[in-house]
Design a protein around this ligand. Structure first.
Ligand code: ZN
Length: 293
């Protein structure tokens, strides 16, 4: 008996050692450094969530502060399976060489995750706006492309003039899956609740090669549009894959399982075109948000 137990214990021990020392198969780079949001607190959470999947080794590239010389800011995008942008509203333009490196990386089949206010960045960078499909603020308006929303069972592209990007007070809201056959959304409930967050509306942009995976209703009594607005999206750019989530204003909102799981799945899809993760037991249904402390 003792011998058997000892062997079993040894077996478990060996398995655990292998699991603990095996290098994650994928490499992710989070880019931050300028954002009117609290990137110093959100980046560590994004990093943690990527690492928790067991799929990613994560590096962070932080730019110099706003107004400083960015000429030396040249992350090696090509060395990564996915780039996650937490570089947001009001961020200074990157050097031309860095922009070109991101374009080349994406055209060649790279992966990009656009997180919350990253879709506020770079209003004047044409290729970036093609990557994100929809953006807000920064003077965006009808010159940048249509408003895009869900109405009567389909996506509408609306060229009505007006500013791009708005949100009302934070509140809990449901996400409704519009493409249940996509690897990111496959297996998720059709309707699930997110904890109180900004609900971006009136985003606009080129909206090319865009797939809207999930929308949320934007109530007029919360300074919204009375329409279903895109919340989770994918965009094809060249041979590259973009996952765009508008969720997650601040660290508090990043505790929402609706955010965490869609972010983890979206990052894997952007990196590989597949999702191997299972949906966790604490994933929310339609009635109340699920929060991890
Ligand atoms: Zn925000």
């Amino acid at each position: 008996m003792f011998h058997k137990h000892w062997l079993a214990a040894l077996g478990i021990c060996v398995v655990m050692t292998v699991a603990a020392t095996a290098a994650p198969p994928l490499k992710a780079l989070i880019v931050d450094g300028q954002n009117n949001h609290d990137w110093k607190k959100t980046t560590p959470l994004l990093k943690q969530y990527l690492e928790q999947t067991g799929l990613f080794a994560v590096d962070v590239a932080t730019s110099p502060p706003k107004g400083h010389d960015l000429s030396g800011f040249k992350p090696n995008f090509a060395a990564y399976d996915v780039v996650v942008s937490n570089y947001g509203f009001g961020g200074d333009p990157w050097p031309e060489e860095t922009n070109k490196a991101l374009v080349d990386y994406m055209e060649g089949g790279g992966g990009l995750v656009i997180y919350h206010s990253a879709d506020n960045a770079f209003p004047g960078w044409k290729e970036y706006n093609l990557m994100i499909a929809l953006g807000g603020w920064g003077g965006r308006n009808e010159k940048d492309g249509p408003y895009v929303y869900w109405q009567d069972g389909k996506i509408v592209r609306d060229m009505t003039p007006g500013p791009g990007g708005s949100h009302g007070p934070q509140h809990e809201y449901q996400l409704v899956v519009r493409r249940a056959d996509h690897p990111i959304t496959k297996g998720l409930p059709n309707v699930f609740m997110h904890s109180a967050d900004e609900l971006y509306n009136r985003l606009r942009g080129p909206a090319k090669n865009l797939t809207v995976l999930a929308t949320s209703f934007s109530p007029k009594d919360k300074k919204g549009t009375g329409r279903h607005e895109p919340m989770l999206m994918t965009i094809q750019y060249g041979n590259g894959r973009v996952f765009h989530t508008v969720l997650g204003h601040a660290p508090k909102q990043l505790r929402s399982v609706a955010f965490i799981v869609t972010f983890q799945r979206g990052a894997e899809w952007a990196a590989t075109g597949k999702v191997t993760q299972t949906v966790p037991d604490d994933f929310p249904g339609p009635d109340k948000p699920s929060v991890r402390e």
